[in-house]
Design a protein around this ligand. Structure first.
Ligand code: SAJ
Length: 439
């Protein structure tokens, strides 16, 4: 074992290794807190001065982390934040937890990874361990990050410094699986990189799963989220088929879910929201296109899922038509706007597409969401109505897009003239109710 590596592993054992997390969002801040709790001195780096100030004041801006914990770790000298990358000069281990969104064109946007890595490269020194956590296409760590780190120096990966990929698996709001107990896959550029990065994560995380390369780790993450996207696409297409067959898709899925093995329940919905599931698989299909391969399951599932908002609006239009009402000019209330129940996150929410389509067809659209007071999207903005039951009573149609548990569904059913239920929020008892249209 090289001198560099044995020194590093000793620092890890002694908890004297200095750690940095680049990007203090819903992944980076919890990761920094876990390593600080484990006794390491952790430096959080983020260009957003508001985050730096909040942490210095002992305040958390991430739902999964209490301010009390931030304050305690800051006071103990285990956690601090800065926007100055030069502070990486005496850091031993670095986790890169920056966003990897899609461009408007649907192509991967790696600008955050490039920016963070270029600044990190200026501070790269022998003995450093660097782990990329941001979800990305297979090959990013080796082809992009390694290249940016080694430009202008002759440091050898796997010898002078160590580089790996370890996918984040943070599910905001989840309390059963958190950063500390979530199994953590780690794959390095070289076998030594895999071993060193796994040794580092094992110092604070309960379960570390070493794999043979960064590409395996990158691909494992994409499989996890592509699995969900494709299976959601499957049940969404099943909903379209059942609609044509006159069969209740929710009853079909519940019946299939009675199988005790070999089946995993997914449910149809108005579309696919969130910052992971609709986005991550497209990183894989984009990469495969560059290798002249079409990732057909991903592209088909993406097509089905992105068509669901239009299907919901069509169901609404047809139901109003049955009552002799054109969608044009009808009052339509969208109930629930966040991308999934009981959160305020609007990223990629299908509610945005449904509202935009309704406005396009000149419906008089309003929405309610207890967690989302206002929506600003493209060329329109709406405030949540104050009283959703009053709005439901006044509406020609109510579309349940997000089944928040806070809603009084029996009251919604009573007050509404027509309900398009895209989440089976009203339950199978309304299957034959003439004023309820189920997905
Ligand atoms: N959705 C359906 N039908 C389903 C499940 C989800 O239409 O059966 C929709 C949701 O309404 C939402 C979108 O898909 O709009 C995504 O939902 P999600 O349950 O996958 O929630 P996310 O986006 O928060 O996914 C995260 C992911 N976690 C990470 O990437 C670390 C995902 O891998 C997790 O499995 C998921 O949380 C989870 O299980 O909560």
């Amino acid at each position: 074992m090289t001198e560099i590596r044995s020194t590093l592993e000793e620092k890890l054992r002694e908890r004297s290794a200095k750690m940095a997390v680049l990007g203090l969002g819903y992944v980076g801040l919890p990761l920094a807190a876990v390593f600080a709790e484990a006794g390491f001195e952790v430096l959080g780096i983020d260009p957003d001065e508001r985050k730096i100030e909040a942490i210095a004041k002992g305040e958390s801006y991430i739902g999964d982390i209490e301010s009390e914990q931030v304050a305690r770790l800051v006071k103990a000298g285990k956690l601090r934040a800065s926007s100055d990358f030069a502070e990486l000069a005496d850091i031993d281990v670095v986790s890169i937890c920056v966003p990897t969104p899609l461009r408007k064109t649907g192509d991967p946007d790696l600008a955050y990874i490039v920016s963070a890595t270029e600044k990190l490269a200026e501070q790269l020194h022998p003995g450093m361990v660097i782990v990329l956590e941001s979800t990305t296409y297979p090959g990013t760590t080796r082809e992009l990050v390694l290249d940016l780190l080694t430009r202008g120096n002759d440091l050898q990966v796997g010898k002078d410094f160590f580089l790996a990929f370890s996918p984040e698996r943070v599910d905001p709001g989840r309390t059963d699986w958190t950063t500390v107990n979530m199994p953590k896959v780690v794959g390095g550029i070289t076998p030594a990189c895999s071993e060193v990065a796994a040794a580092w994560y094992s110092a604070a995380l309960e379960t570390v799963i070493p794999v043979s390369s960064a590409e395996v780790a990158e691909m494992a993450k994409l499989l996890e989220n592509t699995f969900r996207m494709v299976n959601i696409g499957l049940v969404n297409e099943l909903a379209l088929m059942c609609n044509r067959l006159g069969v209740d898709v929710w009853e079909v899925i519940d019946a299939a879910a009675s199988k005790p093995f070999g089946f995993m329940k997914f449910t149809p919905g108005p579309g696919l929201g969130g910052h992971c599931i609709p986005i991550d698989p497209l990183y894989l299909s984009w990469k495969m296109k560059s290798l002249n391969y079409t990732a057909r399951f991903i592209e088909l599932a993406s097509e089905v899922n992105t068509n669901m908002p239009r299907h919901v609006v069509t169901l609404t239009l047809e139901a109003l038509n049955e009552q002799g009402k054109p969608l044009n000019g009808s009052k339509v209330l969208v109930l629930g706007a966040a991308y999934k129940p009981d959160i305020d996150d609007m990223r990629e929410s299908p509610a945005l597409d449904v509202i935009a389509l309704l406005r396009e067809k000149k419906a008089d659209v309003s929405y309610h969401d207890p967690y989302v007071p206002r929506i600003e999207h493209e060329d329109w903005g709406l405030d949540s109505v104050a009283d959703y039951l009053k709005a439901a009573k006044a509406a020609d149609a109510v579309i349940i897009i997000t089944n928040h548990t806070a809603y009084d569904y029996p009251a919604v059913l009573k007050q509404s003239k027509l309900i398009v239920d895209t989440r089976n929020a009203l339950g199978s008892a309304t299957k034959d109710d003439p004023k309820v249209v189920r997905l």
